[in-house]
Design a binder for this molecule. Sequence first.
Ligand code: ADP
Ligand code: ZN
Ligand code: ZN
Length: 747
Amino acid sequence: MQFCQVIVDIAHEEVDRVFTYRIPEGMAIVPGMRVHVPFGRMKRVEGIVIRLEEQCDVPEEKIREIQEPLEDYPAILPQMLDLAEYLHRTSFCAMAQALRLLYPSEMRKGRVTEKKREVAVLTVQPEIREQVRRAQLRAPKRAAVLEALERAEGNEAETAALRRELGECRGALQALARAGFVRLEQREVLRRPYGAMEALSSADPELTAEQKDVLTQLLPAVQTGSGCFLLYGVTGSGKTEVFIRAVRAAAALGKTAIVLVPEIALTPQMVCWFRSRFGEDAAVLHSRLSPGERYDEWRRIRRGEVRVVIGARSAVFAPLERVGLIIVDEEHEQTYQAENVPQYDARDLARRRCENEGATLLLASATPSLRSFALAQRGDLVLLEMPSRVSGRPLPAVHIVDMREELRQGNRSVFSGALLDGLTNCMKAGKQAILFVNRRGYSTFVSCRSCGYTIQCVHCDISMTYHASGNVLRCHYCGREEPVPAVCPECGSRYIRYFGTGTQRVEEEVRRRFPDVPVLRMDNDTTRGKDAHAAILEQFRSGAARILVGTQMIAKGLDFPNVTMVGIVAADAMLKLPDYRSAERSFQLLTQVAGRAGRADTPGEVFLQTYDPDHYAIQTASRQDYRAFYEREMRYRRQALYPPFTVIARLVFESDEDEPGRREAQAAAAEMEAFFDRRTYLKKYLKTLRVLQCPVHRLRDKYRWELVIKMVDQPVCREALGRMSELAAGTAGGCRCVCQINPQSLL
Ligand code: ADP
Ligand code: ZN
Ligand code: ZN
């Protein structure tokens, strides 16, 4: 007798364990299969088989039977079950939730079906075709069908196409099928995204010395199926080419590869490059696919029809077999961290998957995350470097423009004289320009336009945030409030105000100054439609537009050879956000944006406008000096006990009234204190434990309180995180509570 352990697809902690079922005689069940099972009083629930067992200690009569498998293959590769278990253990989600990441959500409850098309195939031997057709002359439709099929390639055609060509011919087709002259077949159709995308030139460039060097270290690891690497290569150093060669090397060994990108819509070029080199062997997975397309791409992968999968973070779960290489491009991007349950970090999962399946991990960036670079410093990742641009192209020359000086000289427009001159020259030379506007941080902090002074909390090293309701400044970390000053506390100027310049305003200004130059704008407002991103980028690439004004969206991985100038309209907008990562994010963004300039033969020029020209993030970004930034930032993080030195765990309590949240947060704090008191081996890693009003105290009509804990980042601290997650799940008293670990936003 055979038994199996099943996780039922119900995400509730009370059923978050395996249940044993009997496998009926003759039913072929393997681990990873989706099955229907009876569960409690429910007649039929979906579940996933985790393990098979010969025996079982549950009394016979209590065991129920599997009803049927949902597919005749395991939807989840058995080797991926470990990844789900790992996720379940480390992010404290129900096993059912972890498993759901491993197959398209549309497959649950059968919400997606396979698409079929009907094809008519001519079965008459060539020698007697003429004869047969003549015999059908009294039935002109049939004769026409036969003739069409004779002409068609492979002597077959979709019946839908025949109907389009010949008018309604269903009856004729059926008659011909009955007579044995035609065979009607149902064929599966795979819906393909990017079907019409044109391929770029697919010739292989000669590798640069640096690319060769990197590959010499990388490829032997791919061969043995081991190794975790961090490729730090400046913008324009040709990282993509390294990826392509490495993927190809894996393919030559009969292995497959996954390439993760921050967001597919923003990196159409990566897809293009891979499709032009790998054609049908490349699959694309991303959130903008229709459910049908996603399901079909997934099946193509699952069946082993592709060699390389390109996708956003969830592509780390792609059901590829024989994975030899996982690449994470722009590894510093926050999009690799999933914020909703299950919270996961695609970089961590990629690493785990590589270890499980004997594959090589390659993280890559021009501005590595502090965490990854610190790991490389410790030898936990092997550092590979490409310090120069392809074919000796110089990095762009960056001019830091002090906007305080502009103001002193009476210039109150969003553009400095230098930036305008640069733009004018660039247009005269027939080149293209990108103007970058940091929209995040719009009107949130208050700064003096004369001296650059930004109002900061006296208790924290963080800018105060302007709150229109109440017209006050608030510190998002300690809760301190202050009125908005009328004059600058530093220099007495009246030009102190909330900061921020929107894309729209910049676009208008450009049009006013350059009435004859076609301008494009790319931001959340102009990219709502499904293909809006691609359309704008294509217009810019074609040269139909000369200036592109955009937000963060234009910072990533774009390669436009004709762009020689980049203007960064307000470099400090993000720097002053009340977040300990604001310097890191600013550095990354500024470096990446500046890196868009001068990627072909004409050298690039960047104008970086700022009210804080001496800030280390701005200074180091202007020189593309990652190491200098890294050293400086790590000192700050160590002192202030921020990641990567610590892990921040946060419980956020929300309730209709203020009091319950505060009470629950304090109760949780007491719990956690007691928890640490009982565990000296853990307590030594605890740095802070605090209850605070959340920075955004009232959100969507809920009052919010938080318990924030900082611990030295050690594996053993998982235990405390697990306890916090339990507390979150067990919160009552009219409160809702979520547990966040190193959340992206602390608001
Ligand atoms: P990165 O991702 O490191 O910023 P890319 O991969 O976008 O850089 O490469 C920058 C440009 O250099 C691209 O236009 C690419 O086609 C080109 N390139 C890459 N490698 C080579 C090479 N070996 N020879 C010539 N051009 C190359
Ligand atoms: Zn001032
Ligand atoms: Zn403060």
